[in-house]
Design a protein around this ligand. Structure first.
Ligand code: NAD
Ligand code: TDX
Length: 330
């Protein structure tokens, strides 16, 4: 089975490639990735079953040739960071919207099976006490340029399924954590700040709730959708892992041996979504998937250990990331 993974040098995509090599002996993987600041060839396994093609997802000729040669395409490539999208939305339109369009056209021409990886942020946010969680019928209501472009890409996929019969599935997942996540994101930023002797940074009061899932659980669900998902269908992926940012910060600080108040409150993110929460019952019931990493404290401990042991991986990105945060005052 030839699997084309777009964005496979990023956080979730590279973990998907590792999982695929471990669990699918018949699979050969081609990664299409332009290696932006968020992509890292060193995240990929050194294995003859993996080939990296450095190309932009909007490069229609390259995308067409790679799709022609694939049995299935898994589309992770995206600009993925909300703070960056507030600073400059341009690359988000380019990659998330035009990139997804380019890939859809290639899948249409070659009749290739596509799985599109998306986010729960397309649904906007919830009140802290809202009894309902996001479900496949929740109306789209994105808040940031990032989530608006991901919502756009989802709608393009749905339209290409309906109008052109493209055989595509979609999944919308909650916040991932685990190894190889860029140091701009919440959990790795705090861990690497502490390893660097710098204070961690909490946005606003830290009351915002995220629904954490281990990256391997997300990727196992992606494989479950590829294997058993119905074309045109959307599957929500989450592990019932709601925690507010203060609680996650407290767990990191405690686990790394610091005093409970050893972090700074910094200016809040504009338009900051308050709460995400996923109802994954369709995915669980229809596909028989369930998360295996049900102990967040243990998963966090392993993630901290990974960053301690792999400074070579994150060090090159750290200074530039913090400079960018300094410029936007967070
Ligand atoms: P990431 O930023 O770590 O990785 C993105 C990858 O895409 C990088 O390797 C980058 O080089 C590549 N890329 C970016 N622009 C490209 C372009 N124009 N052409 C080719 N490659 C390009 O992101 P991630 O956190 O791994 O997220 C992967 C996907 O999962 C995204 O679609 C994101 O929206 C979605 N998602 C992420 C989360 C999360 O918690 N991180 C949750 C749900 C969904
Ligand atoms: O230093 C920080 N301090 C802080 O309090 C950072 C970087 C973030 N935060 C807060 C903001 C959010 O409430 O932590 C929470 C998580 O922030 P991010 O890691 O930036 O993630 P989020 O904005 O929730 O989006 C993530 O989940 C959905 C991914 O980045 C997206 O790609 C995915 O679609």
């Amino acid at each position: 089975m030839k699997v084309l993974v777009t964005g496979g040098a990023g956080f979730i995509g590279s973990n998907f490639v590792h999982l695929t090599l471990r669990s699918r002996p018949e699979a050969a993987v081609t990664v299409l990735d332009s290696l932006t600041y968020a992509g890292n060839a060193a995240s990929l396994p050194d294995d003859e079953r993996v080939q990296l093609v450095k190309a932009d997802i909007v490069d229609a000729d390259t995308v067409d040739a790679l799709v022609a040669d694939a049995d299935v395409v898994v589309h992770f490539a995206a600009e993925s960071h909300n703070d960056n999208s507030l600073d400059d939305p341009t690359p988000f339109l380019h990659t998330n919207v035009i990139g997804t369009f380019t890939l859809l056209e290639a899948c249409r021409h070659h009749g290739t099976r596509l799985h599109h990886v998306s986010t729960d942020e397309v649904y906007g946010d919830l009140e802290l006490d809202d009894p309902d969680r996001f479900s496949p019928t929740t109306p789209y209501n994105p808040s940031s340029p990032y989530s608006a472009t991901k919502a756009s890409s989802d709608l393009l996929v749905r339209a290409w399924v309906r109008s052109f019969g493209v055989e595509a599935t979609l999944s919308n997942c909650s916040n991932n954590y685990g190894p190889r996540q860029h140091v701009e994101k919440f959990i790795p930023r705090q861990i690497t700040n502490i390893l660097d002797g710098q204070r961690p940074k909490l946005y606003g009061a830290g009351l915002n709730v995220r629904d954490w899932i281990h990256v391997d659980d997300h990727n196992a669900a992606v494989w479950a959708v590829i294997d058993g998902g119905r074309p045109g269908q959307t599957y929500l992926i989450g592990a019932d892992g709601e925690l507010d940012n203060r609680t996650v910060m407290a767990a990191i600080v405690r686990e790394m041996g610091l005093e409970p108040d050893a972090f700074d409150h910094v200016e809040d993110r504009p338009g900051h979504d308050l709460r995400y929460a996923i109802d994954a019952s369709r995915t669980r019931e229809e596909l028989g998937w369930s998360p295996r990493f049900n102990d967040f404290a243990a998963g966090l401990r392993d993630t901290i250990a990974w960053y301690r042991d792999n400074e070579w991986w994150w060090r090159p990105a750290k200074a530039a990331t913090e400079l960018r945060y300094e410029r936007i005052g967070r």
